[in-house]
Design a protein around this ligand. Sequence first.
Ligand code: GDP
Ligand code: MG
Length: 310
Amino acid sequence: MAAARTRAGICAILGLPNAGKSTLMNQVLGLRLMAVSPKPQTTRNRVLGVKNREVDGDAAQIVFLDTPGAQRGPGALRQYMREQTLAAAGDCDVALLLLDAADPVQRAPGTLGEGPAAALDELTGSRRAPIVLALNKIDRVAKPALLPALEAWGATGRFQELVPISALKGDGLDRLEAAVARLLPEGPHLYPEDTVTDRAERFIAAELVREQVFRQLGDELPYAAAVVVEEFRERPDRGDVVISAVVHVERESQKGIVVGKGGQRIKAIGTAGRAAIAQLLGCPVHLLLHVKVSPNWSSGAGGLRDMGYE
Ligand code: GDP
Ligand code: MG
């Protein structure tokens, strides 16, 4: 019997906001690692997740990078997200382009508007790493619409593999993982076998709280909130964790929205956030939330740095 080879490399998950990148990452890792939200742009930092699996008898390690979606537009935050995405595309061994097949614009090549199309060109055009295309949300697309979409994307000849998936339901993910794993270079694994993420638990806790903020008031508070965990204290004697986090908003009026009438909103956010963090950590959690007005946190580079977005 031939000795098992090892493969390893970085797979950047690229795509427009809301394509389902974070959902895919969470499903593949079997963990709620990333904030998922129906509002675009809830993922602000690159996050790495490690998946070990066998492919064709080889022991493969895929290091997934969840990147903020390709975005153009004014403001430091958007610019920052754009740079992160391009940096991820440049560094990776395999690029995984995720498109929302339920969106008629993304379903077929050629109908993408100028902005998104240009961003995709930038992402896929000059690079040498192989690209796998995943058409996501097929649970929301009727077969007669899906088949021509697959054919049209296949005919572009830009992709090593094309896999229809539903990140939400888990359909097609095994095939997708295998397709990515086969394209990884041969070599030693990059992380110990039991590594799932490079992110500290306190970062994940902040993501889970932010997910609740967006879930519960995304319409009223678009892009204007950041969550920073200020204290993350394990109490081994009690077997629990005490977390204190600050929800930063830009204006006094937004603070009122987050706090809600008689503190109802912030209480609901805290309850749901605490439950999600407790599930992740597997122990009881005490979550203390505060709301703070930090003017213009999203528009200046200094503000971004203070919020830990670097
Ligand atoms: P991201 O911005 O690319 O990270 O997208 P998210 O992972 O945050 O997902 C955006 C929205 O699409 C969320 O409401 C998800 O629940 C939803 N979504 C993601 N994948 C699927 C899928 O396969 N099917 C359906 N129906 N919805 C999905
Ligand atoms: Mg995301």
